[in-house]
Design a protein around this ligand. Structure first.
Ligand code: ADP
Ligand code: ZN
Ligand code: ZN
Length: 714
């Protein structure tokens, strides 16, 4: 008997083939089965998306439909909830089902034949049998703090989703570990997904999970899933998760699509982090999909952060005001007392365990000082005590611009509307947008003046300057001060970041200089002084999310100071600023995220910005700005009526803030609505229009376009 199947295959973005394709098969295959099918002249991997109900006639001429090549039926079908997740993501983020479904599978799966896969599975099953009997119980070495105990019992007894709002160092990870432990002990099949924003943060977490659960469930019970892994590694992890052998999957945003047939708990650590938003292809938010997936699977969801996204914070307002998440609060640092960081009379309370925040008014410091004299003194004091300091600046390279003092030439990138950054270490000018790199000219290319100078500062220059300032300072052991810089330039090669971090952990470093990369997540034990060298640039940005990001970054950075209260009780966070009275710094000084959030949310509400409205962006790229904007305007004109009927606002097309990259002009158009449903309805209908305009005269010369739903940067 011949059966027909609808099958999803990888289709290029925006191709005409948007939905599933029809194939026939001699075997009846369940939805979710992986198959190999002919596609054009190739053979490719597909997912059986749908099967007809019994007796339903094939909606096509059976003789003309091609048969599938093979079914990968050594693998159990993907679950219904997995398919629902993919279906939802494709619809919500305006991408084709095939693109989302196939991107959610490990790349190597596309290359394996049915036989190769079967062999692979046999090998893997031998190495890691599915859910072996636990060898006793995991041993939790710590006694929970009262805050942890209370939070854990609420997670046990309530449905969630939960927003775990816990200060840095309040022991959130221990909460995750205990919740996982309780679940695994109760349910011998249950699986857990733990997401972190960055690859760099996975090894430390993986170590903690393996340490806790490896002895009981076997080391294979914990697997990672992120883009830093090789394709074979990713396939192995994916298969272990799919078969149930892996009980705990740790991963970055892509892991939200992992096949976890017994998923019962999802943890999204540092849920505020922008890295959870995919920036190309299907531009999904893994955090939002995690919440959706939790609902689909009946799995509990814990979002954790010391500085939640304003969206999640808003969702966790009291249920009586419309909140949908349950907010759980852990205000105190482990080892600190539970009093606020700042007392009622405005004085810092060192017993809280939270660092003292000091604002340095740069208006009153020597002109052009990079490090204010009091900060330099403070660094010296820490060095003398054998403690570590951390300086961060959100700009890598030596200087953001090179310029000629005579004719005012600047190191612009010929291909982008941006300056090329001066990297002194290899004497290059590098464009951070398109990658164009040249050796630094000996003299001004415009007028020949040999006196071309760096303008502004990056981390490389900071490191050099600090070395000069600390030249005559000695460590307690009499040796010279050791400074290490960690940023994207010093960690390009595999293993570099790990070895640099190891140096810091070992205490071989006195001062750590870097970008925001070092401010996040790392559990440094001996750092007692953290300084934001130039915190001002984000204060007056045109992006309405800039203050939120700055506050969160500074709080995270402060969280690196004094994590080990045994080392020093007077840890400090310094902020150098020309605007010391800015309310953002005031809230920071009190470690008062709720006050900051309340202020921001009020402004957002007045301005009708998210989370009080919902947005999507359409971006277009072309050789000329006119073409890019022309496409958007034509699409907008065709959507005006539908938008008006739904209460959706279409804003005019404008150039993007970095307008030209690699000689491509970029434009964007904002779409906004107070209703998420209305925005979704509009986008769903408008999608066709965009395709039509693309094919018409206004689409001529367009290189690409994409829709970004719930964009993070505007
Ligand atoms: P967070 O993720 O909230 O920043 P962590 O979970 O990393 O905090 O905990 C900070 C430190 O406190 C870690 O070194 C952790 O081992 C320790 N810790 C956590 N809970 C406890 C506890 N109940 N008793 C003692 N130490 C704890
Ligand atoms: Zn010149
Ligand atoms: Zn460039």
């Amino acid at each position: 008997m011949t059966h027909w199947l609808s099958v999803l295959v990888q289709t290029p973005a925006h191709s005409q083939v948007a939905g599933p394709l029809s194939y026939r098969s001699e075997l009846a295959l369940a939805a979710g089965t992986l198959v190999r099918v002919p596609f054009g002249k190739r053979e490719t991997l597909g997912v059986v998306w749908d099967t007809p109900a019994d007796g339903e006639a094939a909606p096509f001429d059976a003789d003309k439909t091609r048969p599938i090549t093979a079914a990968l039926d050594s693998l159990s079908p993907l679950t219904d909830t997995w398919r629902q997740l993919v279906g939802f993501a494709a619809g919500y983020y305006q991408r084709s089902l095939g693109e989302v479904a196939l991107a959610a599978l490990p790349p190597q799966l596309r290359e394996l034949s049915a036989e190769q896969l079967a062999r692979r599975l046999k090998r893997q099953a031998k190495a890691a049998p599915a859910s072996p009997a636990p060898a006793g119980q995991a041993i939790a070495p710590l006694t929970l703090t009262p805050e942890q105990a209370s939070v854990i019992s609420q997670i046990e007894t309530q449905a969630g989703p939960f927003l775990l709002f816990g200060a840095t160092g309040s022991g959130k990870t221990e909460v995750y570990l205990r919740c996982v432990q309780q679940l695994l002990e109760r349910d011998p099949q249950a699986q857990v997904l733990v997401m972190v924003p960055e690859i760099n943060l996975t090894p430390q977490l993986e170590a903690r999970f393996i340490e806790r659960f490896g002895p009981v469930y076997g080391e294979q019970a914990v697997v990672s899933l992120h883009s830093g892994m090789t394709n074979p590694q990713r396939l192995a992890s994916w298969l272990a998760a799919h078969s149930g052998a892996a009980r705990i999957v740790l991963g970055t945003r892509m892991a939200v699509f992992a096949s976890l047939p017994q998923l019962k708990l999802i943890v999204v650590d540092e849920e505020h982090d922008p890295s959870y938003k995919q920036q190309e292809g299907a531009r999904y938010s893994a955090r939002d999909l995690a919440v959706y997936r939790g609902k689909l699977e009946g799995a509990k969801v814990i979002l954790g952060s010391a500085t939640p996204s304003l969206e999640s914070w808003h969702h966790s307002r009291p249920a009586s005001e419309g909140g949908r998440y349950l907010r759980l609060h852990m205000p105190s640092r482990v080892g600190g007392n539970s009093e606020p960081a700042v007392t009622a009379d405005g004085r810092h309370n060192p017993a809280s365990g939270l660092p003292l925040v000091r604002r340095v008014d740069m208006n009153h410091q020597p002109k052009h000082a990079v490090f204010s004299p009091p900060l330099v003194e403070a660094i010296k004091v820490r060095i003398a005590r054998g403690e570590q300091s951390m300086m961060f600046l959100n700009r890598r390279g030596y200087a953001p611009v090179l310029h000629c003092t005579d004719c005012d030439w600047k190191s612009e990138c010929p291909y982008c509307s941006a300056f090329r950054v001066f990297h002194k270490i290899d004497r290059t000018l590098r464009c951070h947008h398109c990658g164009f790199t040249e050796r630094v000219p000996r003299a001004c290319p415009a007028c020949g003046n040999p006196d071309i100078r760096p303008m502004g500062r990056g981390t490389e220059r900071l490191e050099e300057h600090l070395a000069e300032l600390l030249d005559d300072v000695r460590r307690p052991d009499g040796q010279a001060v050791r400074i290490v810089r960690i940023d994207a330039d010093t960690t390009k090669h595999k293993g570099e970041l790990e070895s640099q971090l190891a140096q810091v952990h070992a205490g071989d470093v006195d001062v750590l200089v870097g970008t925001q990369m070092i401010a996040k997540g790392h559990d440094f034990r001996r750092i007692t002084l953290v300084a934001a060298v130039n915190a001002d640039s984000a204060l007056f940005s045109s992006d309405f999310r800039a203050p939120e990001r700055l506050f969160s970054l500074l709080m995270q950075a402060a969280g690196r100071a004094g994590r080990d209260t045994g080392v020093s009780s007077d840890s400090e966070m310094w902020v150098q600023t020309f605007h010391p009275t800015h309310p953002l710094f005031d809230a920071l000084k009190r470690h008062d995220y709720p006050a900051f959030a309340a202020g921001e949310l009020k402004e957002r509400e007045q301005a009708g910005l998210p989370p009080f409205s919902f947005q999507a962006l359409v971006r277009a790229e072309a050789r000329s700005q006119e073409t890019a904007q022309g496409f958007l305007q034509a699409a907008s004109a065709s959507g005006t009526e539908a938008a008006a009927a739904l209460g959706v606002t279409l804003y005019p097309a404008v150039p993007m803030s970095v307008q030209r990259v690699a000689n491509v002009e970029r434009a964007q158009m904002l779409i906004e609505s107070p209703s998420r449903a209305a925005l979704q309805r509009f986008l769903a209908g408008w999608h066709e229009v965009l395709h039509e305009v693309r094919q018409g005269p206004e689409g001529k010369g367009l290189i690409r376009w994409a829709v970004d739903v719930d964009p993070l940067t505007i």
